[in-house]
Design a protein around this ligand. Structure first.
Ligand SMILES: Cc1cc2nc3c(=O)[nH]c(=O)nc-3n(C[C@H](O)[C@H](O)[C@H](O)COP(=O)(O)OP(=O)(O)OC[C@H]3O[C@@H](n4cnc5c(N)ncnc54)[C@H](O)[C@@H]3O)c2cc1C
Length: 429
């Protein structure tokens, strides 16, 4: 494992830093490094503009092929851009779902006409994208989804509901996983589409999160017509297409050893201010908690380096992506928790830049669920890294409509969820 930049990487890093400085005035900057949240039309416009400026400077889609509007760079270069954006406190790009999950899926499974129509606009955030997979009764057990697409004329008619759809409230397009053949086993009867989020029959209802934001949504589909030209992959091949998305999701959500908004160094600075005012007994406890947070942050950083090494050697990380996401959320929880406790009663009153500990505390539970829950990730590590016996997957070969006929929710406890995200083989390649 080599933690240092190669001379070429160091040169590229300097180039990226110079570009970010040159364009600094045109970019949005944030205190917390949280994802581009698009809270309100003004912020949405500013975040779209930020991505466009970065795209025009050649800093978006760095590893994409030139024919798709990219720079034909390496994944290591793309990783350097992410690190330098975080360092410059530029928030996550508004189209992070599009770039991280939708575009790789369109590139791998789309037609040349779809590439032409979508990719350049996605890079520049002219169109924002979302991922329409999870439903009220299928998150970890994604292949159990119930939204249907039925063939009609030159297209398909979609009915059903998705939930937890990040950015649907600002999205122009989404990748939509549907059930097209309920008589087949659950993984075999699925088909993927690109859906126009402004089409008649698409209704987006934002959900309010406990951190105060509204980043994700319920999305309802009522008789939505999708032309067959917007199908991604063959009918019934949706699961194979979705695996491309899920593999990229694990990599995109993992954080890659970054501090997910709060660094242990800033915690140490807060501790230096606050700990001397505590009683001797509490000082001991605070020092121990700081030590635990520092160890977790280092574990996260080094897991990130493993991932980075896998990337710089030309591959997509496998188990490092799941372990990396677990390490990232675990260390961020310890850091944010101690930050809030060190503030004591002040934690209730602080706002603006000073409430970043509290805000991070409020967003972390969601982060520990998105893109695979902690439990599902531990299952993956158990099964695919440690070689432990797999969970029973009793419904895997049964026609989906036999299971569905038993009614929603039945058998879930007796039949452990056939975790789609666990089933993503590429994630553990
Ligand atoms: C912030 C955020 C953003 C999201 N954005 C999107 C998005 O853009 N698009 C999208 O499609 N989805 C999105 N999601 C949904 C996310 O993928 C699901 O919430 C996640 O996969 C878990 O599914 P679920 O909520 O249905 O929980 P369930 O799968 O019902 O899980 C409930 C509980 O059971 C546990 N559990 C489930 N199966 C197992 C098992 N086999 N073994 C042990 N424990 C198990 C889980 O760990 C969890 O604690 C987002 C979620 C969050 C929180």
């Amino acid at each position: 494992m080599d933690f240092e930049d190669t001379p070429e990487e160091a040169e590229y890093r300097a180039h990226v830093r110079a570009l970010l400085e040159e364009h600094s005035a045109e970019l949005v900057h944030m205190d917390t490094g949280e994802e581009g949240a698009a809270e309100g039309p003004e912020q949405e416009l500013a975040l779209r503009r930020t991505q466009r400026v970065l795209a025009e400077a050649g800093l978006v889609g760095v590893a994409w092929a030139r024919e798709h509007g990219g720079r034909a760079g390496t994944l290591a270069q793309q990783s350097i851009v992410h690190q330098e954006l975080a360092r410059a406190r530029v928030p996550g790009l508004i189209n992070h779902i599009g770039l991280g999950m939708c575009a790789p899926t369109v590139i791998a499974h789309g037609t040349p006409a779809q590439h032409e129509k979508y990719l350049q606009r996605l890079l520049r955030a002219d169109d924002v994208w979302c991922q329409l997979f999870s439903e009220p009764a299928s998150g970890s057990d994604l292949a159990a989804l119930r939204t249907t697409a039925v063939r009609e004329g030159d297209g398909w008619v979609v009915n059903g509901q998705k939930v937890w759809t990040t950015l649907a409230h600002v999205a122009d397009f989404g990748i939509l996983l549907t059930r097209t053949d309920p008589a087949k086993p659950k993984h075999a009867g699925l088909t993927m589409f690109v859906v126009d989020m402004h089409a008649p029959g698409v209704e987006v209802r934002p959900l309010k999160q406990m951190g105060g934001q509204s980043n994700f949504n319920e999305v309802f589909f009522t008789d939505v017509h999708i032309p067959d030209t917007e199908r991604l992959g063959e009918p019934g091949e949706g699961w194979r297409v979705a695996l491309t998305t899920l593999l990229n999701e694990r990599v995109a959500v993992g954080g890659g050893g970054t501090d997910l908004g709060l660094s242990v160094e800033s915690l140490a600075r807060l501790a230096a201010e606050r700990v001397p005012g505590l009683s001797p007994e509490r000082q001991v406890l605070a020092r121990q908690a700081l030590g635990r947070a520092a160890v977790a942050a280092l574990a996260n950083r080094y897991t990130g380096y493993r991932r980075y090494t896998a990337i710089s050697q030309g591959g997509l990380p496998g188990p490092e992506a799941s372990a990396g996401k677990l390490a990232g959320t675990a260390s961020a929880k310890l850091i944010a928790d101690l930050g809030v406790r060190l503030q004591g009663d002040d934690a209730v009153f602080l706002s603006g830049a000073d409430d970043r500990w509290q805000r991070t505390m409020a967003t972390l539970p969601g982060l520990a669920i998105a893109g695979g829950t902690d439990e599902v990730l531990r299952n993956i590590v158990g099964e695919r890294v440690l070689g432990l016996p797999p969970e029973p997957r009793e419904d895997k070969h049964r026609p989906f409509n036999e299971k569905a006929a038993a009614g929603p929710g039945t058998g879930r406890a007796a039949e452990p969820a056939n975790t789609a995200r666990t089933d993503a083989p590429g994630a553990m390649a």
